[in-house]
Design a protein around this ligand. Structure first.
Ligand SMILES: [Zn+2]
Length: 348
C-alpha cells in the first residue's frame, strides 16, 4: 500500500510499504478519513524525539473493520469505528484516577504504532482488548468522525475549566483547535465568546462560527484593551491559550478577570520551554491555571457522543480534503491560516 512515512524532519514522503498483517487479537481497518493534526505539522517541521522513523503518521481517523482476529470483541467486521489512540499497558495511580492520558505506561498511535495516513491500519491487540474502538452507528460522515480525537483533547481542558452561563470566554489562537474551544464554550452556555489571533485570514474563517467577537492580536497590545472593553472592563472569566506562544500565555494571564481560569492548552516548543511570565497576575488575581495534554478516555467518549449528536459544527471545521498523495500540501495550507482542518482521504 501507499503510506505517508515520517523519515525525519521535513521528510514525509508517500512510499510503497507492505500491507499490515493483523496478528492474534488484532484487527485491520480500511481508513476512510484521517485529519491532519497540528502535532503532525510540528513533527514534520521540527521532528519529534519520541517518534522513531520510519513511522506512518496520522492519528485522527475513522475507518472500517475488514479483518478481525478478536472474535470475543463486540466490534465486528463491517463496523465503522473511531479509536481512542492511547494504549494503556499497566495500572498506576493515574490510570486508577481515570487520568490515563498522564500514565507513563502508555503508548500512542502514530508515535509507537503506525498511524492512518495510509489506506490500511493494524489495530494492536491491546487497543482491541482495552475497548479503544468505538462503533459509529449513525450515517455521520467519516471525515467528521475523524474529529473525535482533537475534540476529545479540547474536552480534556474543558473538564477543568467548568465553563457555564456566568462566564465570558476568550480563546487565543483561531486555528481549528481554538475554534473547537470557542464552539465548546458556546455549547456550554458562555455569555460571550471572543476569539483572538494575529492572522486576519484565520479571524475571517472564524466568522463562520457562532462567536461574539474576533479580535486581531496587535504588537502594540491594543487587543487587550479591546477584550477588556468587550467584557465590561473585567476581562474574560476563562482564557484558553490555543497557540504555542509565550506572548499569548502572557496575554492570557494579563487578560483574565480576577478569580479567572486559564488553560495553557498548547505547550511551548520543547527546545525553548522557559518563558518570562508576569506571575503576579496569578497571585493578585487568584487565577486558576491548568494545563492540558492529550485526553482521557472519558473525553474521547464525550467527543464521540457530541459529534454523534450533530450539535457541534464539525462540517465547517474541515475546510480541505486531499488525497494521500497530496498530503504535503496540507502543511502550508495550515500554516497560512487558509485552512482550518485538512482531512486526508487515503483510499486510492
Ligand atoms: Zn491530534
Amino acid at each position: 500500500m501507499d503510506a505517508a512515512v515520517y523519515l525525519g524532519k521535513e521528510q514525509l514522503p508517500v512510499l510503497q510499504v507492505p500491507d499490515p498483517q493483523p496478528g492474534p487479537g488484532e484487527m485491520l481497518l480500511t481508513i476512510d478519513a484521517c485529519s491532519v493534526c497540528g502535532t503532525d505539522l510540528r513533527t514534520f517541521r521540527h521532528g519529534d524525539k519520541k517518534i522513531l522513523p520510519p513511522r506512518i503518521l496520522g492519528h485522527e481517523f475513522c475507518g472500517r473493520v475488514v479483518e478481525s482476529n478478536a472474535p470475543e470483541s463486540p466490534v465486528k467486521v463491517g463496523d465503522r469505528v473511531v479509536m481512542y489512540i492511547v494504549l494503556v499497558h499497566g495500572r498506576d495511580r493515574y490510570v486508577e484516577m481515570g487520568r490515563e492520558n498522564l500514565t507513563t505506561e502508555r503508548t500512542t498511535v502514530s508515535y509507537h504504532h503506525d498511524g492512518a495516513f495510509a489506506p490500511l491500519l493494524r489495530v494492536p491487540a491491546l487497543a482491541v482488548r482495552n475497548g479503544n474502538l468505538f462503533r459509529v452507528t449513525s450515517d455521520i460522515p467519516s471525515d467528521i468522525m475523524s474529529l473525535a480525537e482533537p475534540l476529545g483533547c479540547c474536552l480534556n481542558a474543558h473538564s477543568r475549566l467548568r465553563v457555564g452561563l456566568k462566564d465570558t470566554v476568550a480563546v487565543i489562537g483561531a486555528g481549528p483547535i481554538g475554534i473547537m474551544h470557542a464552539c465548546l464554550a458556546r455549547l456550554q452556555g458562555a455569555q460571550k465568546v471572543i476569539l483572538l489571533d494575529n492572522n486576519p485570514a484565520r479571524l475571517a474563517l472564524a466568522a463562520r462560527f457562532d462567536i461574539d467577537a474576533a479580535v486581531l492580536v496587535r504588537p502594540d497590545g491594543s487587543h487587550r484593551d479591546e477584550v477588556r472593553a468587550l467584557t465590561g472592563g473585567f476581562g474574560p472569566d476563562v482564557v484558553v491559550v490555543a497557540v504555542s506562544s509565550a506572548a499569548a500565555q502572557n496575554d492570557a494571564l494579563d487578560l483574565a478577570a480576577r478569580a479567572g481560569r486559564v488553560n495553557f492548552f498548547a505547550g511551548l516548543p520543547k527546545s525553548d520551554p522557559i518563558a518570562a511570565l508576569d506571575v503576579n497576575h496569578i497571585h493578585y488575581k487568584e487565577l486558576e491555571i491548568s494545563g492540558s495534554y492529550s485526553e482521557k478516555k472519558s473525553d474521547f467518549q464525550a467527543a464521540f457522543a457530541l459529534l454523534h449528536s450533530g450539535r457541534f459544527p464539525a462540517d465547517r471545521i474541515i475546510t480541505h480534503r486531499l488525497p494521500l498523495q497530496r498530503i504535503g500540501e496540507a502543511f502550508p495550507l495550515m500554516e497560512s491560516g487558509v485552512a482550518l482542518k485538512v482531512c486526508i482521504l487515503p483510499q486510492p
